[in-house]
Design a protein around this ligand. Sequence first.
Ligand code: IMP
Length: 190
Amino acid sequence: MKLAELTLITTNEGKYLEIIDALEGTGVSIRRIDREYPEIQADTLESVVGFGLNYLKPFVPGPFIIDDSGLFVDALGGFPGVYSSYAFRTIGNEGILTLLKGKGNRRASFRTVLGMVHEGKEHFFRGECRGYISELPKGVNGFGFDPIFVPEGREMTFAEMSVQMKNDISHRGMALRRLKNFLVNHGTLS
Ligand code: IMP
C-alpha cells in the first residue's frame, strides 16, 4: 500500500523544515506532532530512539518517525554526543568553542538516527557528516550547533547554508535518503 502520510514527532522546527524539504516530491505528506517524549540517558543514539519509538507507539496511529542527533567532537572523546541537547542548553556553541581553545584537532561529526515505526515494525536509518568546528560562530540559518560546524570539503558552516544545501550533505539528509530508499524498495513510494 502506498504511504500517503508519515507522522513526525518533534518539537524542533529546524528538523521539521529539513525533513519536509528532503521528502518533497515523494507524495508523502508529513503530519507534525509538536510534543516532547522521554529521552533516556544512554550511550547510543539508537538506544534513545528505540526507547522513544516504543514509548510513542501506543499514542500514534499509523507510520511515524523520530530523529535523535548529536555532535561528536574528536578532541573531546566524542563529547557532547548523546549529551548534545544538555550541552547545547547549558554551555552552548560558545562553550564548545571554549573547550576547543588551543586544540589543534577540531575534527567532529554530526550523527543522526531516524527511527520509524511502519506496519508495526521498527526501522533505523543512520547518517553521518564529518567536518570540523569553526573558530567562530558564523551564519544565522539552521539551529543548534549549525553556526560552529563546517562540513568536510566546504568553507561555510551549516548555518550559512540553505535547508537544501545542508540536506545535500548533512547527517540528517543522509538518513532521510536511506529512509526514502527503504520506502521505494518496499513499494510504499512511487
Ligand atoms: P536532539 O536530541 O536530536 O534534539 O539534538 C541534540 C542537540 O543537538 C540539540 O541541541 C540540537 O539543537 C542539536 N542538533 C541536532 N541536530 C542538529 C543539526 O542538524 N545541526 C545542529 N545542531 C543539531
